[in-house]
Design a protein around this ligand. Structure first.
Ligand code: B12
Ligand code: SF4
Length: 484
């Protein structure tokens, strides 16, 4: 190979205290390795001096690849790009943010190119062309700088994921990415499919994958799980699929495979409330028997009007029935709700509170999380939000401060926004039964317990004024990594 044939892939800090495996890079790396390239993964979450590392590795690299979602991750992405550029390296960005906003991303002085969408084949072809010194014209799925202009090459069709090699866990220290969660004491992230067939208006997936779904075969999933259990002695898996459950036959085959291979793992995955509500007892039986400990369910709202606005295509009855089903099969349902949509009324919010209460009545094990809706680019609701006065960040630097825990929505008055913030906080403290186990310091546990009592009274009396507690907890978070 011309140069050293090395590619450096960078994963930024996420702003979230738990370190989950950098699946995007683990998907890209083996395709490059198979073609003979050496791949180094640099993860800012594990490397305090990542800029130094990038600087050192960039000297002999064909390119530096940066993976980024919208928000916090962009900060480290830019810092790593600056370090790479000091050494004259070629910098390419990929992932959700660059895909949704390729023009703005590639126009940044520290970025040479953007891989749009699925990255495996586009990155490989880019690296091959860089190695040979070929021009980038016609490279499908790539946006790049050409002199002072930005060129957007045509789209690349999505490839069947079964054609790609297994994720390159061998390139990371897996132990560092195993977490204790609902699934097990030693859970590792893994993914069995990409994309989703639904149209939720707040979600970027449909734009990214065109409402298509690309699954790995059940046989391959079971083989890969077997290998992860043997190689790393993991006790659980978190399926990071957008929608693990699209094909029910595949679900049964995977569950049966886990049981027949005696894998003895716990697992969790995201699912839809209407799916769970409609699952047969036989299917739920397989899901439970194969080790499913919890399902993350996007309930989003207790208001039918809001469910319609966000095109969730589920009903309040689906939400409630999913709690009953999970109870029957001993699976913890973890519900996620949102408030703060444009045009939302107090009535909508109270309907959500009522549904949350009903869920805890039906199944006291239910976990409830409430978030203030943040419009993310590339989604239909984002366009709607722009019409309602959302100010769009104008540069990568501005996008780096676009965050789901800082209310960005101009339609929220100060008073209403604070009320919602208080409500999110109460929900987190009162309806997250596992929270106490996640706090390591005893003194904090006691404090949280005391706050929990206050919040329970607030919840019951619906007293949401004078929101002091969220401020206390924000302060505490600096000292203790509380998981939300
Ligand atoms: C796991 C996850 C997280 C983890 C991060 C993972 C980790 N390692 O710690 C955590 C919990 C931190 C997280 C947080 C958030 N997430 Co998140 N997350 C996901 C999830 C479920 C899986 C991501 C994943 O690993 N996918 C598997 C890999 C293989 O796919 P991929 O990342 O898309 O990578 C492919 C391509 O994008 C591309 N690619 C990616 N990187 C690169 C780099 C280069 C150089 C190249 C060439 C190509 C390339 O090639 C890859 C292979 O084809 C996705 C949904 C999904 N299933 O993708 C949401 C998702 C990415 N998250 C999303 C959001 C909104 C968030 C949050 C902002 C909000 C929230 N409440 O969750 C936060 C804040 C994060 C931040 N900005 O800092 C949105 C993205 C919206 C956006 N515009 O960025 C998604 C799509 C969910 C959704 N349904 O809308 N998330
Ligand atoms: S929110 Fe879930 S179900 Fe809806 S489009 Fe996104 S991934 Fe699919």
């Amino acid at each position: 190979m011309g140069l050293s044939g090395r590619v450096v892939l960078f994963y930024p800090r996420t702003g979230v205290p738990v370190n989950r495996a950098p699946l995007s890079l683990l998907a890209l790396a083996p395709v490059l390795e198979k073609a003979g390239y050496e791949v180094e993964i640099v993860d800012a979450r594990l490397d305090d001096d990542f800029e130094h590392t990038i600087r050192k590795l960039s000297r002999s690299a064909l390119c530096i690849g940066v993976s980024s979602m919208t928000g916090f991750q962009i900060r480290d992405g830019l810092a790593a790009s600056a370090a790479a550029k000091e050494q004259g390296a070629f910098v390419v960005w990929g992932g959700f943010h660059p895909t949704l906003l390729p023009e703005q991303t590639v126009s940044h002085p520290l970025v040479d190119a953007v891989v749009r969408g699925q990255g495996e084949l586009t990155l490989l072809e880019l690296v091959q062309r860089l190695e040979k010194g070929d021009e980038l014209k016609g490279l499908l799925g790539l946006s790049y700088k050409y002199g002072r202009e930005v060129q957007h090459n045509p789209e690349r069709l999505l490839e069947d994921v079964n054609k790609f090699p297994p994720l390159a866990y061998h390139l990371i220290n897996v132990e560092k990415y195993c977490v204790k969660d609902e699934a097990s004491d030693k859970t590792l992230d893994y993914i069995t499919s990409r994309g989703c067939v639904h149209r939720c208006a707040f979600c970027a997936i449909s734009r990214f994958y065109g409402r298509k779904w690309f699954p790995l075969s059940s046989r391959r999933v079971v083989e890969e799980l077997k290998s992860l259990v043997w190689r790393y002695r993991i006790k659980g898996v978190r399926f990071q699929d957008d929608n693990f459950f699209v094909d029910r036959r595949r679900v049964v085959e995977i569950c049966r495979g886990i049981v027949e291979e005696g894998l003895d793992i716990g697992w969790s995955a995201s699912c839809r409330c209407d799916y769970v509500a409609g699952f047969s007892d036989e299917l739920m039986g397989w899901i439970s028997r194969s080790g499913c400990r919890s399902l993350l369910l996007g309930a989003e709202s207790g208001s039918p009007r809001i469910l319609e606005l966000i095109k969730k295509d589920i009903t309040v009855s689906d939400i409630l029935r999913s709690a009953e089903k999970c109870k029957k099969f001993g699976i913890v349902p973890e519900y996620s709700f949102m408030v703060g949509f444009p045009g939302e009324t107090y009535g909508d919010v109270y309907m959500t509170i009522r549904v949350m209460e009903k869920l805890r009545e039906i199944n006291p094990e239910s976990h409830l999380s409430l978030f203030i809706y943040t419009p993310y680019p590339g989604t239909p609701l984002y366009e709607f939000s722009l019409k309602h006065g959302l100010r769009e960040p104008r540069s990568l630097e501005e996008w780096a401060f676009f965050s789901y825990d800082v209310a960005v929505s101009p339609w929220l008055t100060k008073e209403y926004g604070e009320m919602l913030e208080e409500l999110c906080f109460i929900t987190w403290l009162v309806h997250h039964p596992s929270l106490k186990h996640k706090v390591s310091k005893k003194s904090l546990g006691v404090l949280l317990e005391a706050l929990g009592k206050i919040e329970s009274i607030r919840w019951k009396t619906r007293f949401l004024k004078l929101p002091l507690e969220p401020r206390i907890i924000k302060w505490l978070r600096k000292y203790e990594k509380l998981v939300r």
